[in-house]
Every structure is written in structure tokens, then in C-alpha cells.
Write a protein that binds this ligand. Structure first.
Ligand code: ADP
Ligand code: SF4
Length: 686
């Protein structure tokens, strides 16, 4: 199909200093949990984005010196020449598709506890490091400043040798020493590097100029800067020093990559912010510089992108998450296939890989992070290896993804869903406050299978062991999901919670089905992801007095991994939810509950009408027990029906089944690993 001419502007080339981007799609730097430790995985992931049409593809943070060592986080590294080949591999892959490679060089200073290198960190002024490590960053003297400038130049030269076309100076997110110098609350110096904005910006100006002098003949020099820290007058604001700084350095970098900080503001989830949430902060930048400007805002709509360019807000459409959810987003717009875009749902599961030092994963894109290790391509999949037919029972995210990927392979697939809608838990959960964008996870897949003549979808079709046997497919896939338990069994209470028969106990499934409370409710969160907090929020919206109880020390503690914990706790407090942390729920009575302090064991009684237990789910796998498996070539459980987990895990499970059907299986590790692969190459060379 031809591209819609309305989108032509997105495919105009744009000059950035000495280099030219082939279009306006710009993958800004983003972490991926792979970096230097999973370099083949990282390079393959970036290469596929170039194939998918992104004109610029950047690295994550690259450490430039061993005295600013981010271990155990898996960023990039350019400490010495030995680090060049890994990044050269990424650049080569990007250049295969005529895209530009950008290197986000960073000296993290007080953000890095130097756990691996054991060097003393440095900062503009003496300060504890940002983590809780028992360690301080020492104040930099003039020779430290000269050294740091030289290290940046050395790293820039190495980046150029690796093949990068764009070299960054990073002054964003309060994650770099350059930004710590800029900061009025971190820089307490009284020399020419402290005090006025001109002085605090001196190091940034010097590093920018050094970088231009060192590599600016062939590489563009980009400045990544957070124009607003959302801290009011204490920090930078887009009406105050954020704007002053851009005006001051307007023409110095070849490109302005602008955003808001901290990271949780820049990568806000859809629960808290909608597409374009940064526009009001960054829109002034283009008015004060002639250099190209890139900004982000979880843009997935080409119409919104066009208006950003046409109304003079941005030159480049920056994206991290939209490029993760759909590495082929630009290609799909270019080929007139806008409805095939797999839109980011704004859940930040992608961030959790980085936080846990393992390769990135994505709810929408099950191939993310699997490009090298499993050879999974986001758009291509092997054709079917037989004419076998498949019956999938259950149209939640696992069943939908399985049907879609099997359909793409050419298998004849029947999907039977007992309710009147596709989507399973996604359809239910996206009714919760702030989660409407999550519906994209089922909408995208439902649309894909609606276009496939070999996938047949039946709603209001509850399947039984008998009807499955009568249907007579070769393979049966059970994707029947899971249900929250009402027993209280979970992490803290492996034997369940003592409950009086007269007590009213609900689960999240009951709340999602419309039940509520007429009086005060206790929500017991032993799950720690989003559900407990959201049930509390929903009940407050229903006008219920809510007491949220958790054995953890804070609300929804796992959501640190999605950058949401702080915002969730703020929201519950602002809604008037009473929060009790570090307490277990030990007994549920007719009109109340008994809690025990997790430290002292001291008991507290609370009155309530209803207790909502958010502890664990049991698979809905009764069909697996009752089916006569001998009648089929295979019967397989996927998604929550196999092992309850995230929506991302359900989609991954459905996708994995589809990839593997009819392919040879073994007992071995189902993916390649970096070090053994390297050892294999090494032995072959010998
Ligand atoms: P997952 O996350 O693993 O995809 P979900 O709970 O989201 O699991 O989806 C499971 C889906 O399976 C739901 O839409 C549910 O209505 C459907 N389902 C459960 N049991 C049956 C059954 N016996 N026949 C057809 N559909 C079923
Ligand atoms: Fe978007 Fe979620 Fe995928 Fe991250 S994990 S790219 S937020 S869909």
C-alpha cells in the first residue's frame, strides 16, 4: 500500500550538523538491560529498529570512565579501546539500513556507587552517592574537572572509531556530572563553576566544545537536556533556568534532545500521563534555537506526529517505548499500514528489565530482547511446518497472541472464547482507573486476527472437555486464564487467612465484576504489583472508605520497576486512602480484621464491612484435568492458565507456543547465551 501523503513530512530528511537523518523518526537513548553484558542481544535489537525505519538509533547511557561505574546496571561502556568492538557491532547493524547511530556518553559521578571499579565517585560538591550505599562522592577540584573533560574527549574519539554518527553530551535526568554541575541544589561551589547559571553551565559548555573540537568534523554533537525537573523553583523549570540554559547554549550543540526529568516523569506511564505529556514543557525550545529538536511523549499516532512537526514543536519524533513496542512503526506508516502499528500501552514493563539487570521485555512486543538469543523477528515468523489444525480455548492476551502468531505462520486456527468479548483480563483490567490504554494489547491482536482468513474466532463459546473432543483439532491450546483466590493464600500466609463464615471477602475479580462495599473496606495487598493499589483507588472513586494494608514497607512495592511506586502512593494518599504498611492480615471477622505488625507481632483490630484480598491467582485449568489428551497430538496450557503472571508473560507464552509448534524441541536451554556463544567462537577460531 502507498503511504498517506499527509504523512510525507515525517519522511523528509533532516540535517544534524555534519550528518543527515533519512527521516524524522528518532529512537532516543533508552536502557535495555543488555548493554555491555549482553552485547550481541543489544546490537541485534538496535539493528532491527534500523530495519524498521528509525532514522536515528541511539545507545543507552555509555560509561566513559571506570571512576563512574554504574554496575550492576547494564549500560554501555567505553572505558578504553577494548570496548570499541561491541559498540562497533551495533553501529554496523544500524548502518546496514542507512540509519544513524548515536552514542549517549555519560559520566555519572554521584549517581554511580562504583561497586565494580571501587574508585571514589566525584561530584561538584561533597555529597553522599544517590543510592543508599555507605559512600560519598568527593568534591572535584580543578584537576578532576580537567581529567573529566579529557575522559569525555577520549570517549568521543572512541565512539567515532566505533562508527557513531552522533555523539551525545548528557545533561538530563540528574544522571550525569554535567547535570549535577548545572543543578542549583547539587552544586555548592564558590569558584567559577558554581553560583550563577553561567558558572554552573561552564562545564557543560566546555564539554560540548571539547566534543565538537574532537569529533565534530564528522559526528554531530547532541545535547540531551531536561528543561524541567518538575520540582518547582528548587530545580530547573521550563519558564526559568531551563529556558535560560537553552537560550544560553542555543546554537552550540548540533541537536537538542529535550525532555523533563526525573526518569519517572520522562517515562511516565499511561496510568498517569497520556500521549504528548511533555509538549507544554519543551515547545519553547524550537523558538530559541535554529538547531533541530527532538522530544518524546509516547507518540504512536502519526497524525499527532505530523502536527508536532507542522506546528513547530519538534523536528524529530523521539521515541523510546513506541520503538520498543513496535520497531517497525516508521515502516508501517511509510507503507500505509497505520492500523498494523503495535502501539505502546505505557505500562513500563520494559523498564523492569533494566532495573533487574536482565534483558528488556515488552508487553506488546514479545520479540523484544529475543532478536539475537532466540532469533525472533518482530515482523517475520517461519511458515507452518504442517497442515495441523489448532483449537485455542480462551481469548485473553495469551490466546490472542497465540492465534495471531499461528495465523501469521499459516496454520488453521480456531479461537473459542466463552464471554462475548475478546481480551480476557485485559478487557476487565483496562476498566480500572488509568488503564484504558492497556486495551491496546487486545485491540491490536483482535484486529490482526480479524484480517486472517485462516483464523476463526467464536465468542460466547464456553468449551468443555466434551465439546473440545468433538471439535476434533490436532492440537489444543488452553488459554483459560486464572482467578484471584479468596483464601488469602499468598506470600505472607501460605496456609491462608483464618476467616469467619459471616465475613464478606471479595477478590479483584469480584470488584472487576462490579461488586463494591457499603461501608469501610480493607484491601490487603500481598501481591505488590498494580492490582492492590488500583482496587483501593477504584473503591475510593466509588465513595468507599478504604484502608490499604500490606506486609511490604510501601504501597505497590514492585512498581518501582515500572517507575510508578511514588506516583501510586501519592495518589492513594491524595484520595484519602489510609495506608498501613509492614503489617500482615491474620484474621478476617464479621465486622473487621486483625493485623499483626511485621516487626513486633503486635495485634491491631480494624473495623470494616468488606475485606478485599489481593494475594495470588489460581490457574483455571480444569479442562487440562478432564480432557482425554490421547485424542490429540498435543494439549498445551499457555499464559495464566499455565502459570499466572503479567500480561507481558501471557503474550510471551502465547507467542512462544506459536513459534515452536511443529519445530524440533530439545531439553536444552531454549535460547543462545552470550558468554557460551563467545566461548564457542573462541574455540572455533582455535
Ligand atoms: P491470559 O492472560 O493467560 O490470556 P485471561 O484470563 O486474560 O488469561 O484470559 C482467559 C480467557 O479464557 C478469558 O477471556 C475467559 O473468558 C476465557 N475462558 C476461560 N475458560 C474458558 C472456556 N472453558 N471456554 C472458552 N473460553 C474460556
Ligand atoms: Fe510500551 Fe509497555 Fe512495551 Fe514498555 S513494555 S514499550 S511501556 S508496551
Amino acid at each position: 500500500m502507498a503511504r498517506d501523503p499527509r504523512y510525507d513530512v515525517l519522511f523528509e530528511p533532516v540535517k544534524i550538523g555534519p550528518v543527515t537523518a533519512r527521516n524524522r523518526f528518532y529512537q532516543v537513548p533508552h536502557c535495555n538491560g543488555m548493554g555491555r553484558s549482553y552485547p550481541s542481544s543489544m546490537a541485534a535489537m538496535r539493528r532491527i529498529k534500523a530495519e524498521g525505519g528509525w532514522a536515528v538509533i541511539c545507545t543507552e547511557e555509555i560509561e566513559i570512565h571506570h571512576s563512574a561505574d554504574h554496575s550492576p546496571w547494564m549500560g554501555g561502556r567505553l572505558w578504553d579501546d577494548g570496548d570499541i568492538p561491541v559498540l562497533a557491532r551495533m553501529c554496523d547493524g544500524i548502518h546496514e539500513f542507512d540509519s544513524l547511530a548515536g552514542a549517549e556518553l555519560n559520566y555519572a559521578g554521584m549517581m554511580s556507587a562504583n561497586r565494580y571499579s571501587r574508585q571514589a565517585p566525584m561530584a561538584p560538591s561533597h555529597t553522599p552517592v544517590a543510592s543508599f550505599d555507605p559512600l560519598q562522592a568527593r568534591e572535584m577540584d580543578k584537576s578532576d574537572i580537567r581529567n573529566m573533560r579529557r575522559w569525555h574527549v577520549n570517549a568521543a574519539r572512541r565512539a567515532k572509531r566505533a562508527g557513531f554518527d552522533i555523539v551525545y553530551v548528557y545533561a538530563g535526568h540528574q544522571l550525569s556530572t554535567v547535570s549535577h554541575f548545572l543543578s542549583p541544589y547539587r552544586n555548592r561551589r564558590s569558584d567559577e563553576y558554581g553560583g550563577s547559571l553561567e558558572n554552573r553551565a561552564r562545564l557543560l559548555r566546555e564539554v560540548l566544545q571539547d566534543t565538537k573540537d574532537a569529533v565534530g568534523d564528522t559526528c554531530a554533537v547532541a545535547l540531551r537536556f531536561s528543561v524541567d525537573e518538575l520540582m518547582g523553583d528548587i530545580g530547573f523549570t521550563s519558564e526559568g533556568e531551563g529556558r535560560d540554559l537553552v537560550e544560553m547554549l542555543a546554537e552550540v550543540p548540533d541537536l537538542w534532545d529535550v525532555n523533563i526529568s526525573a526518569w519517572e516523569n520522562d517515562s511516565a506511564t499511561s496510568r498517569f500521563k497520556s500521549q504528548g505529556y511533555q509538549d507544554d514543557y519543551v515547545s519553547f525550545v524550537k523558538q530559541v534555537t535554529t538547531k533541530p529538536v527532538v522530544g518524546v511523549g509516547r507518540y504512536t499516532s502519526p497524525d499527532a506526529m505530523v502536527s508536532l512537526v507542522k506546528n513547530g514543536t519538534l523536528d524529530f519524533i523521539g521515541a523510546a517505548r513506541p520503538s520498543i513496542a513496535d520497531p517497525f512503526l516508521p515502516k508501517k506508516i511509510e507503507e500505509g499500514r497505520v492500523e498494523d502499528i503495535r502501539e505502546c500501552i505505557g505500562c513500563n514493563i520494559c523498564v523492569s528489565g533494566d532495573h533487574n539487570f536482565v534483558p528488556i521485555r515488552c508487553t506488546q512486543n514479545p520479540t523484544m530482547g529475543e532478536e539475537w538469543r532466540r532469533g525472533w523477528h518482530p515482523e517475520r515468523i517461519a511458515p507452518k511446518s504442517s497442515d495441523d489444525t489448532v483449537l485455542i480455548v480462551g481469548g485473553g492476551p495469551a490466546g490472542l497472541e497465540c492465534a495471531s502468531a499461528l495465523g501469521q505462520r499459516g496454520y488453521t486456527v480456531t479461537l473459542a472464547e466463552k464471554s462475548s468479548e475478546l481480551g480476557g483480563r485485559v478487557t476487565n483490567e483496562c476498566q480500572l482507573p488509568g488503564l484504558s490504554e492497556w486495551g491496546r494489547a487486545s485491540d491490536y491482536r483482535a484486529y490482526q486476527i480479524s484480517q486472517m482468513t485462516n483464523v476463526h474466532c467464536y465468542l460466547e463459546s464456553p468449551m468443555t472437555a466434551q465439546s473440545i473432543a468433538e471439535f476434533g483439532s490436532d492440537h489444543v491450546v488452553l488459554a483459560t486464564g486464572a482467578r484471584w483466590v479468596a483464601s488469602g493464600i499468598g506470600r505472607e500466609n501460605p496456609m491462608g487467612i483464618k476467616t469467619s463464615e459471616a465475613a464478606r471477602v471479595l477478590t479483584p475479580d469480584d470488584i472487576l465484576a462490579g461488586q463494591t462495599s457499603n461501608g469501610p473496606a480493607v484491601v490487603f495487598d500481598d501481591d505488590h504489583y498494580y492490582m492492590g493499589g488500583l482496587i483501593a483507588e477504584k473503591l475510593r472513586h466509588d465513595g468507599v472508605d478504604v484502608i490499604y494494608v500490606t506486609p511490604a514497607t510501601e504501597v505497590s512495592t514492585w512498581t518501582h520497576n515500572t517507575l510508578e511506586q511514588h506516583a501510586i502512593q501519592v495518589r492513594l494518599l491524595e484520595l484519602g486512602v489510609k495506608i498501613i504498611t509492614s503489617h500482615n492480615l491474620n484474621e478476617i471477622r464479621e465486622n473487621g480484621v486483625v493485623l499483626h505488625c511485621g516487626y513486633t507481632g503486635k495485634a491491631t483490630e480494624l473495623e470494616c464491612n468488606v475485606c478485599v484480598l489481593v494475594t495470588m491467582r489460581n490457574p483455571v485449568d480444569d479442562l487440562n484435568v478432564t480432557l482425554d489428551v490421547s485424542k490429540f497430538k498435543s494439549v498445551t496450557r499457555i499464559g495464566d492458565c499455565f502459570a499466572p503472571s503479567t500480561i507481558a508473560a501471557a503474550i510471551y507464552s502465547g507467542h512462544g507456543y506459536a513459534r515452536e509448534l511443529g519445530e524440533p524441541q530439545s531439553d536444552g536451554v531454549p535460547f543462545r547465551r552470550e558468554l557460551p556463544a563467545l566461548a564457542g567462537d573462541f574455540l572455533q577460531e582455535k
